[in-house]
Design a protein around this ligand. Structure first.
Ligand code: 5GP
Ligand code: ZN
Length: 114
């Protein structure tokens, strides 16, 4: 996807503060953080929304969580806690159409989200 900002980050064409990269999953800091720790966990492969997942992607989605768990542990927020969110389409406020899991931590997070 030549016009996708997260594909460009994955390709190294746009800089990002990257904390994790295993070739399949990439984790970098959100440019506009909503919490002291605000990471974006993405698959390198372009998948636009949760609605575009299929059976073959099941393990990949699991790897997003495992990579997030690893980095949360490394950053020292695994025990205090963190929240993972994947927004899908308009009503959830998705603005970048390349699947990304937000990982938020470092403060008490309100519930329910707005
Ligand atoms: P969404 O609303 O689609 O779930 O979240 C998109 C997120 O991507 C937002 O939190 C936004 O701050 C972040 N974002 C948008 N463009 C960039 C960028 O170029 N670099 C980084 N690191 N984050 C971005
Ligand atoms: Zn993309």
């Amino acid at each position: 996807m030549s016009d996708c900002i997260f594909c460009k980050i994955a390709a190294g064409e746009i800089p990002a503060d990257t904390l994790y990269d295993d070739g399949e999953v990439l984790i970098f800091r959100d440019i506009n953080p909503e919490a002291p720790v605000h990471l974006l966990v993405i698959p390198r492969r372009h998948i636009a929304t949760l609605n575009d997942l299929s059976e073959v992607d099941a393990a990949l989605i699991g790897r997003l969580y495992l990579a997030g768990q690893q980095v949360a542990t490394e950053l020292g927020v695994a025990e205090s806690g963190y929240r993972t969110v994947i927004n899908c389409n308009r009503d959830a406020g998705q603005i970048v159409f390349h699947i990304h899991m937000h990982l938020l931590a470092g403060r008490e997070l309100g519930w329910p989200p707005g």
